[in-house]
Design a protein around this ligand. Structure first.
Ligand SMILES: Nc1ncnc2c1ncn2[C@@H]1O[C@H](COP(=O)(O)OP(=O)(O)O)[C@@H](O)[C@H]1O
Ligand SMILES: [Mg+2]
Length: 275
């Protein structure tokens, strides 16, 4: 059975896209068939995997606007480093090649969907319906929503079963966490009873700061120790990899970013068996 995962947080810059791209990549490298859905008009996930966010080519906008079919918009990912070889530390030997990573790319025309909102009541269910009818061949369907709470993010939460909230460990991020958990419970109580909060992922983590320890202990108190995912430390290679059109596992396989995302992938994988 496919697992439907969303990395959600209304705030921008908290590591949603970085997490969606790298987790999709490592699962694909572990021979899982993965579909990454870029639901953000900024198309950062699309760009991070070296795909041109061309508004003229079939993308998520055309799918949601019923101008293209599921098959028309799904594209296989060929990371940049498999085409050209100019990576700084050129990890040729360790390079992880994937051939079972697929994406539904985004482009800026998707913003029309967000701005005009649902045209008909029930539009929020449309993405879920398409995926549940067409994506059963994938082991993982991973959704990267935009930093807002409009129809796109709601559609993502209606389509997903497992929500993970990436959050930087600072005080103001707690308020975003409270808002996201309320939204998840709301959607669980209405559109999608299968949606559950599976984990909170500390991002830009620095274990030496007092605030990081305090927030982590608050999360454990409120949501239980099983909800606290392994943290992703601040690591410049994570910010550089998208510029090379690939994941951290190809760009810098020996970095702490690669190590942290591998631990997170193990955590998510294990959650499938014992939520
Ligand atoms: N652990 C990290 N260390 C360093 N930079 C990071 C890390 N995670 C994300 N970044 C960078 O921070 C910025 C915001 O991350 P992103 O994943 O795009 O957030 P979101 O999708 O929530 O807006 C991006 O430039 C990204 O490359
Ligand atoms: Mg993003």
């Amino acid at each position: 059975m496919s697992r439907y995962i969303v990395f959600a947080n209304r705030k921008g810059g908290c590591g949603k896209t970085t997490t969606a791209v790298n987790i999709s990549y490592i699962f694909a490298a572990q021979n899982k068939k993965v579909l990454l859905i870029d639901l953000d008009p900024q198309a950062h996930a699309t760009l991070s995997l070296n795909i041109n966010p061309d508004p003229e080519r079939p993308n998520i906008y055309h799918l949601l606007d019923k101008k293209a079919s599921f098959k028309d918009v799904v594209q296989r990912v060929v990371p940049a480093s498999q085409i050209i070889s100019n990576l700084p530390n050129d990890p040729k030997q360790d390079r992880i090649k994937v051939d079972n990573l697929y994406i539904i790319p985004s482009s800026r025309n998707l913003s029309v969907v967000e701005i005009s909102g649902p045209k008909f009541s029930g539009d929020e269910l449309y993405l879920a319906e398409i995926l549940h009818n067409n994506a059963s061949e994938f082991d993982y369907v991973i959704i990267d929503p935009p930093p807002s709470v409009g129809i796109l993010s709601v559609s993502a939460l209606v389509a997903a079963k497992e929500a993970y909230i990436p959050m930087p460990m600072h005080f103001l991020a707690m308020e975003g966490l409270a808002e996201m958990t309320r939204l998840i419970y709301q959607i669980n109580a209405t559109w999608n009873p299968e949606l559950k909060l599976y984990g909170i992922i500390p991002t830009f983590y620095n274990k030496n700061t007092r605030i990081a320890k305090e927030i982590a202990s608050d999360i454990v108190k409120t949501f239980g120790a099983k909800s606290l995912a392994p943290p992703i430390r601040q690591n410049v290679a994570l910010a550089e990899a998208p510029g090379h059109g690939t994941s951290i596992f190809e760009y810098a396989p020996d970095s702490i970013g690669a190590e942290d995302y591998e631990s997170l992938a193990n955590f998510i994988e294990a959650k499938g068996d014992n939520f």
